[in-house]
Each structure stands twice: as structure tokens, then as C-alpha cells.
Design a protein around this ligand. Sequence first.
Ligand code: G1P
Length: 299
Amino acid sequence: MSQKVTKAIFPVAGLGTRFLPATKSIPKEIMTLVDRPLIQYAIDEARAAGIEEFIFVTSRGKGALEDYFDHSHELEASLKARGKAELLKVLQATNMDSGAIAYVRQHKALGLGHAVWCARRLMAPDEPFAVLLTDDVILGEPPCLQQMIEAYAETGGSMVATMEVAPEKTSSYGVLDVAEDMGAIVRARGLVEKPPAGAAPSNLAVIGRYILAPTVMQNLHHTQEGSGGEIQLTDAIADELAAGRDVFGLRFRGQRYDCGSKAGFLQATVAFGLAREDLRDEFSEYLDDIRAATSRAAE
Ligand code: G1P
């Protein structure tokens, strides 16, 4: 029913101003949760879902992100010479095949839809593609994009990851208008980007994982400025519905962290620290200690 999805677009052109001053000199996608940059989590998730080609939409000042994916031959040789087999394995797991990564520039910050559209020449006219937003880090088993690929194999069309958010938060997200709720999968009748408070059609928010029909890229040729004066991906997906094509949401299984916000980033740091076998005991002991100290101080 559906075509295989082998290409993914990673819009990574954002300035990351919420993380200044750190982002003065490092791209926010290089910021680390424990010891892995945010971008590595997204790449690993895409690979697990069968993605073979990775397209980064970058901008000025993202050089460190491009360098990150170079093979580090000197470092590998030095680790090998020193018998550091474990570290060598960690490093080699980040190596990408030659030609598997392509970079295109977004010259103006015109919005997420525009960023995705910047990759149009790297797509065949008839191929579906994935989009992953690195700010949304998701702990899930199987990983979120793989869950979506499996669901999409049944549904075809276009699919967004979705989860329920508190009603007062809907204005920060793309929101689904639900035509049919089938449990894990919902069929959309509309999508609205950042609806004003009180005007959201539901509290099902779009989370940054997408599998998109090739027609979404065509829609982006004509998408006008929308919410915030930007060209919105949500609007190009909503155009699919207007054209009579299907859009689904998948309520994925897993925990999502909003690493575009400082509080979300800190929560993710704690969660990923606790998820790591090599750190769990020491770290949770520390967390217990500070919790006990805080409640003693409050007495
Ligand atoms: C983007 C999308 C929005 C989506 C959100 C998920 O918004 O435009 O539809 O709900 O990501 O994180 P942003 O957070 O970049 O403003």
C-alpha cells in the first residue's frame, strides 16, 4: 500500500536563541544529553526506522554540526593504539556512510515549511519522506519513527506523530482536528498551526516526527505565510486534506522531551541519565539525596 521511506530531512537551521549564550558558538543540535548530541539521537532514531539518506537543512554558523559527522580517523587510530575498544565502538557507531548525508542551506529564516522546501531538489517527485525535529527527543521502544513507519505501512497517506497536551499548551503546537479516532491512529480532518487560546480543534498536538507524501513538497511551492508570519509545514500538510488525500496522526508509545526549552532539556538530561546503565545507580542516589535535603530544608 505504501512506498518505502528512505530519506529524512532534518531542519537544523534555527538560531537556538533560547539557549544563548551557549549557542553563540555551538549549534543547539550539538548540545548534549549525557554524552550524545541531540542530533545523534535523531539520527539513531531515523536509522532504526530504515532511513538511508539524511538531509540537513542548515544555516550560517552550523559548521560544527557538519564536522560532527566526519569520520575521526586520528581519534580512531589513537583509541585503537591505546586498546580503548569500548570507546572505539562508541565513536564508530556515529560514522555515516560516504554520501549518506547531504547539506542544503536555508538562506532566510522563513519557517519550518520553507526549511523543508529547501530540500526539494534532493527528492524524487514521487517519493515519500520523513522529517525529524531534533528539539523533540523521544524515548520509545521501538523508537517513534519506526512505530510511524509500521503504522504508515497500513495507512499510506501522510502521518504526523501526535500526543495529548494540556489545553493551555495547544497554542504552542500544530493541532489536529480529528475526523475519526481509531485508538493509536487518528484520521485528521484538519490541522491548525498554533491556534489562539481557546480555539484549538482538539488537544492532540503534532510532535516533531512526520512521514509525508511527495505531494506535501509540491504544496510547499505555494504555501503562504501562516502563523507567526512564517511558512508553516502544518499548512502544507493541511493542504493534503483539502485535496482529498489522507493525513493521520499516530499516538506514539514513549516519552517526549521538549529539548527546545530549558526545562525540557533538564528533564531529558535526568531521564536519559537514569536510563543509562553505567550511570543509573550513582545518579539516582544523588537525586534521592538532593530530594531528601530539599524536603528537610522545607520543614
Ligand atoms: C514545530 C511545528 C509544530 C509542532 C512543533 C512540535 O513548532 O511547527 O506544528 O507542533 O514543532 O515540536 P516549533 O516548536 O518549531 O515552533
